[in-house]
Design a protein around this ligand. Sequence first.
Ligand SMILES: [Zn+2]
Ligand SMILES: [Zn+2]
Ligand SMILES: [Zn+2]
Length: 647
Amino acid sequence: MSSNNPITQVSSTVQRSWTAESKHKTRKNVSSACRACKARKLKCSGIPPCETCVKSKQECIIDAEGDQRRKLNLKRKVDSLENDRQFLIRLLESLRTGKEGHITELLSYIRSSSSLDAIKSFLDSHNPQTEIGPTPHLTEIFTELERLQQSRQGPPTTLAVRQFADTPLVTVPAKPWTTATSDDTFVSHLISLWLTWQYPWFNCIDPVIFINAMQSKDLQSSLCSPFLVNAMLAQASFFADNPEACAISGDVRTKGNHFYTEAKRLLDDEEGRISIPSIQGLGIMFECACAMGKDRAGWVYAIQAVEGMRTIRRKQTRLMLETGLSTANLELLIHRIELSHFNIFVSGALVLQIPPQVKKPFEYCLATTCDIDKDVFVPYPRCGRRLPAHNNCILNTSAQMGEIVWDISTFIGREEGTFTQVDLVDGVQKWHARLTRCWELRSRCIDCERNPVPGIFTLYMYYHTIIITMYAFLKTIPSEADDRLLERAERAQQICLSSAHTVAQLTKAQQLHWGPDPGPLANAHFITISLYVLMEDLKTPESHQAFMSLCRAHIHYARRWPLHRGTARMVQLTAQRMKDPLPHDVVAHFREFEERYWKPDSERRFSSRYPNFAIAIRRGVDYLPDDLELDAFLEKWVNLDDETRMD
Ligand SMILES: [Zn+2]
Ligand SMILES: [Zn+2]
Ligand SMILES: [Zn+2]
């Protein structure tokens, strides 16, 4: 299974061409003169007809063998240049992200005028896995870069020196899977983006099985379907900057719509027939609809997926025949879908503060591999370090935490009045103890210092978001509070703040390692929740700083996903209602967001229960509307602003 992992394949091809490079570098050019010139021992001008043949009015023939050799030579030259280019990129990346000791050593290597090969082997011998996080010095440089970017006019840009890979991680065909585009390269680009940025937090597919099925172009396949592909392309469009990623070229408001519409139509056509790709696609449609600000539609897909999963379990024997997978591999794939769905539905329920719509799985353990050759993260489309991805390790831990989150969401999703404050305090204590135990027992590779891959950052943020959500309920001060209650509220507030500060640091580290562009979509939810906590403490310099840096990170999500334009607006409107006046840079940030990303009437596009959270954790806010719908919530507040202005 490992040997035909498409991601590994691509990377090892790059490596192979590296080592092959030195062998053909020294060869001399082989002549490819035409037959006439060769016979007369003349210098041939090359491309036929050559000057000699034109002058002597004879046919100019280049022997096929010689021509082949010439082409081969040209190809070698291109390869060699490409290798040098790759080398420079690696060198740059090492200088950018390497430890200080390593950089000093590298510089002295370069200055001692060692040969290129010597520098290359020095880079090779340096193992990126042993690298530990950014140094304080580099963090400083990054902060400075970030500051410069912010002060510049125009949309937020990425790091000034940035290198893109020119070939996608995987090569997959557009036909027969989608009719929204026929461009294979574009489809390969989108699927590569999906595998890089969304897969670490939602690994509902086995990349090897899926890519093979997609490459087969076989519509009868029971491991790939047009519905699944279009759903994936719709979600991937939000990670892409190409104008073709928008249904109306260049109109960001239509991002992914063409694929999304086709996926919806295809789902209708399936008329409830259940297959593995349809279940996988439903999970992606759930996420996609939520990110478009339509989580009501999203939960309809989620419920269909949960229902469908039961059918899959019943059909297991027949599926084995259809898919050609062994019992063990099929079981593994089904278990993977189950866990990844559980993970996104449960974390989604936590964020929206509604009861989870999914049952707990029976067990939470996929076989793991921490081997870079079997499971690798490549920061496509950037050229950068390859690291072991730890995807299954991440999924296991998030599903184990999900079991606790399931209990929390079930509890807080109950109707008000069915539990007392004492029940809640009791619950929080027990959940926190379980969460701490679960976190301590996690696989040792889940360590964001040692293995700074996006999925691990997201997992850390998830952990802290769970803590915030639990304690947010205890930090509201009841109207008739005695000292004991006040003290408890204060302690809860401190716990929330501490976790929100950590989320800000994690976000910064994620950006430092992988660029300011978004990581997995889930991060945006975790950022929003931390922003709500921090806005109550802007008087404290650390909170103020963390708030601003999270606001800036949030903009990268708002730029791409409609929902996060909505949540950024929600944060803005809530913050403006805080009792204390906002710091100047916060005001300036909100003004910029409003001018650049918020179009009048944008709120009408939402159908979301998102503000549940904002309402549930209120503290220090002088007014909150009762509506739980994002559109009404945003609209009402805007109107309220107009009324106050008229007074
Ligand atoms: Zn000639
Ligand atoms: Zn000639
Ligand atoms: Zn691992």
